[in-house]
Design a protein around this ligand. Structure first.
Ligand code: MRU
Length: 355
């Protein structure tokens, strides 16, 4: 079975025949269908509506969105496109608030505008492709760093989806897991189902099964009981934004897992590229947490849980998509520039200076 490991064939994002194609993650694993996007508003909608999700994947998608916008704006006006495109960049930035990779990618693309004379399409497309390629490279590098920390064979628990689908390819936390499995140090992966979008059941389990890595799904409520069994060596998660003090915003439920891990003496690892680190954000408490529509948890499997709409019954929903894990609960923060054990502000500053 080992020969299939690290094949990494799944791609959530591709550029084909002058358009962006996104694997519609809302349909997985039942159907693998790509949506073709030729207008920047459709790109913003795809991010908001979860066609594409996962912090690095959102950033890469936004970079291609800038290419689409620039090409259209230049055709409308060769003289004012640099001004006109600011509306499109604003639209993309409004799509989701928590993952900093979105804002990082938009800023990165915008910085090129000054040096562009004439049609911007090629230079911006080259840059977006470069962001995409470098993300895959970073994932492989952090996979090595993270796997090196797992020095004896154990089971691991992961949350949400941090694999090829959530990134340019290979994955952050799931990249570490893929690499550590290849090294022979992971016996079994437990994956939280991750309500309400089921990124764990629909995406993580699917990705791991493609690689033939043994995976068992659990409901989030089973995590404490699982950790008590003593089989889990590491909880390994990704991040949507890491503040300068080491606090981590990630999928709702991550904070609870970090508390449980500390209580049960299980190590807690966060794997993310440096594009997810926001040194301008002094602490996690200042990160905007996305609130998603209550309807996402007032139904199950497309069916309203009550016969009458729950909101009509006076039942409301509070649906934060992310939470903040304080740095003090994190044993290792793994990036493509290296791994930090017990992250602090000083260690993050030093890491960001590495080339
Ligand atoms: O709401 P999602 O599916 O975009 O949330 C994704 C996560 O929380 C991931 O853990 C995070 O983006 C890291 S992905 C490499």
């Amino acid at each position: 079975m080992m020969e299939n490991i690290l094949n990494d064939n799944i791609r959530a994002i591709r550029w084909q025949n002058n358009a962006l194609e996104l694997l519609d993650q809302r349909l997985l694993p039942a159907r693998a269908e790509y949506l073709r996007l030729e207008h920047v508003n459709d790109v913003a909608d795809a991010i908001r509506d979860m066609v594409v999700r996962g912090a690095p994947a959102i950033g890469i998608t936004a970079a291609y969105g800038v290419v689409i916008a620039a090409s259209a704006r230049y055709q409308q006006s060769a003289t004012s496109w640099k001004q006109d495109i600011l509306d499109d960049i604003h639209t993309l930035a409004q799509a989701r608030p928590t993952a900093v990779n979105l804002f990082w990618a938009l800023d990165h693309m915008k910085q090129l505008f000054d040096q562009i004379k004439g049609d911007p399409t090629k230079i911006l497309l080259d840059e977006a492709s470069d962001i995409h390629r470098k993300d895959i490279e970073a994932n492989h590098t952090m996979g090595q760093y993270g796997a090196a920390l797992i020095d004896k064979s154990c089971a691991v628990l992961t949350h949400c989806n941090t694999g090829s689908l959530a990134t340019g390819g290979f994955g952050t936390a799931l990249g570490v897991i893929r690499q550590a499995y290849k090294n022979g140090n992971i016996k079994q992966v437990f994956a939280d189902e991750t309500r309400p979008w089921l990124q764990g059941s629909r995406l993580t389990a699917w990705e791991l099964s493609q690689d033939r890595i043994p995976v068992s799904l659990i409901v989030e409520g089973a995590a404490a009981h699982l950790l008590k069994q003593g089989e889990i060596g590491w909880v390994i998660v990704g991040a949507d934004r890491i503040a300068a003090n080491g606090d981590v915003a990630n999928k709702i439920g991550t904070y609870g897992l970090a508390i449980l891990a500390r209580h049960h003496n299980v190590k807690f690892m966060v794997a993310a590229p440096t594009t997810t680190i926001d040194m301008a954000m002094t602490s996690g408490e200042k990160i905007t947490i996305e609130q998603r529509p209550g309807a996402e948890i007032l139904s199950f499997g497309g069916q309203s849980i009550y016969e009458n709409n729950m909101e009509n019954e006076g039942i409301c929903a509070w649906n934060p998509a992310f939470d903040i894990t304080p740095y003090s609960l994190i044993d290792a923060l793994v990036t493509e520039k290296g791994a930090i054990v017990q992250p602090t502000h000083e260690k993050l500053v030093a890491l960001m200076k590495n080339d």
